[in-house]
Design a protein around this ligand. Structure first.
Ligand code: FAD
Length: 430
């Protein structure tokens, strides 16, 4: 049976609401109402009998799922989790405070499909980045999402940096990153003639992606598997309700919703929301440290065809050359530790950008960089402290069934999204 057939069957199964026939017994039946504007509204849960009544009036579409799952946040990670849960046959709503998908961290990044060579072996970042890279390239291919495996060079401009490069190479091999190759400066210059370096690490599996198209495809999959996104619906509080959760939300359709499982994928607000979860131990909520990453765009003709990275710095991967799918060049992100969110790029930071970029591209001319955009990393550690892993807090960590909190999902969260989502959804039914 093809995938299309399976999906069709799933849809029919939900419409029929015939749980017994299909071998599972929902604790609740979920109602979703199709409004005049074509959007789905999910007012809550009710008994099968009540559903039968309203269904008989012909105004509602009845859907029954294995689990009622609420995902908080429709950034790339929340969307990937919601999609994976819907594909697995659950009834899924994603509640999003904003009026569109991906308006948070997910719209303010480098749109790089990372390969996974930086992160410690066995870490979630290593595992999900390496696997996520493969899944994401395949997903882009199958869904016609604009992307390009342009490759990347990490460059060393001094002996000390060369040692760092070799360490990254060893780490990449340990993480199972395919195709990594250490090359000398001459070989690197043959690939990118404007480059000045004594050695480089070539990663052919690194690429770039149109992040918004990726998120649209995730939303499309979610909806075609019966899920929905409730926009302008900020989740305010979450409390235990039987073996599940009662979620209180504000906004357009303020109210409460009872669900079996909640995934907190609220990005920069994940900690704020976790503090509003009844029974969630306060000491399990990690501190949030904000590290802004500023970008400057380059106004001249692009000179590189690959992504060019210096060796990493405290808090980030160093001011690197990123390319968009039209081949335009921009530089960033740097690391600016901040107390509260702000999205202004200070033009005075250009001086540091020129200095850093000229270490590997001496040909950069004055007056060619202009402030572009910035993003804010939801870090869990601060300046001078070792970087830490993604923090995925599920029932095995905190003991509360059907609850997953995602903290510190900074880079490579975009690359990791599909892989992370698979694990999180598998964990919901364990
Ligand atoms: C500067 C920078 C560069 C990066 N570059 C890369 C890169 O090149 N490659 C890569 O793989 N990764 C990169 N990343 C990381 C990647 O962008 C993030 O890991 C990813 O976007 C996080 O997605 P998210 O869904 O967790 O968060 P978000 O996109 O922030 O989504 C969270 C959503 O939750 C919503 N929300 C918050 N609170 C509530 C609430 N109470 N109720 C309802 N909704 C709520 C928000 O409105 C938001 O839409 C970068 C990050 C930064 C900051």
């Amino acid at each position: 049976m093809g995938r299309g057939d399976t999906h069709q069957k799933n849809r029919e199964r939900r419409r029929n609401g015939n749980a017994e026939q299909h071998g599972y017994f929902p604790r609740y039946v979920a109602l979703q109402i199709k409004r005049a504007d074509g959007k789905w509204f999910h007012p809550g849960l009710t008994s099968p009998a009540a559903c039968g009544f309203v269904q008989a009036r012909g105004e509602f579409l009845l859907r029954v799922g294995a689990l009622q799952v609420l995902v908080v946040g429709a950034g790339v990670v929340g969307l990937a989790v919601a999609r994976a849960a819907a594909v697995a046959g659950h009834d899924v709503i994603a509640a999003e405070a904003a009026d569109a998908i991906g308006t948070g961290i997910s719209s303010r990044n480098s749109e790089v499909i990372h390969a996974g060579m930086y992160y410690p072996s066995g870490s979630l970042r290593a595992r999900h980045c390496v696997r996520g890279n493969r899944l994401l390239h395949a997903y882009c291919q199958s869904r016609g999402i604009a992307h390009r495996k342009c490759g990347k060079l990490i460059v060393a401009t001094s002996a000390a940096e060369q040692d760092k490069l070799e360490a990254i190479h060893r780490q990449g091999l340990a993480n199972g990153v395919p195709g990594l190759r250490l090359i000398d400066g001459k070989t690197a210059r043959a690939m990118e003639p404007e480059l000045d370096c004594i050695a480089a690490l070539h990663s052919p599996e690194t690429g770039i992606i149109d992040g918004h198209s990726f998120m649209l495809a995730l939303q499309g999959d979610l909806e075609s598997h019966g899920g929905a996104i409730a926009f302008e619906t900020p989740v305010e509080r979450i409390a235990r309700a039987g073996s599940g959760w009662r979620v209180a939300f504000d906004g357009r359709d303020a109210g409460t919703l009872e669900v079996d499982a909640v995934v907190n994928s609220a990005g920069l607000r994940a900690q704020t929301l976790a503090r509003q979860i009844e029974g969630y131990p306060a000491e399990r909520v990690p501190r949030l440290v904000l590290a802004k990453g500023n970008y400057f765009s380059y106004t001249g003709r692009p000179v590189f065809t690959r992504l060019i990275y210096p060796t990493p710095v405290d808090g980030g991967l160093g001011v690197h050359v990123t390319l968009d799918l039209a081949g335009r060049m921009r530089f960033g992100p740097d690391v600016e530790w901040i107390e509260r969110e702000d999205y202004e790029v200070d033009a005075r930071r250009a001086d540091q950008f020129y200095a850093r970029i000229r270490t590997y591209w001496p040909g950069l001319r004055d007056g060619t960089l202009v402030p572009d955009y910035c993003g804010v990393r939801p870090k869990l550690t601060g300046p001078g402290e070792p970087a830490v892993d993604f923090l995925v807090e599920g029932p095995s960590a905190h003991g509360l069934p059907g609850l997953v909190n995602l903290f510190g999902i900074e880079s490579p969260g975009l690359t990791s999204a599909l892989s992370l989502a698979d694990d999180i959804v598998a964990g919901l039914v364990r």
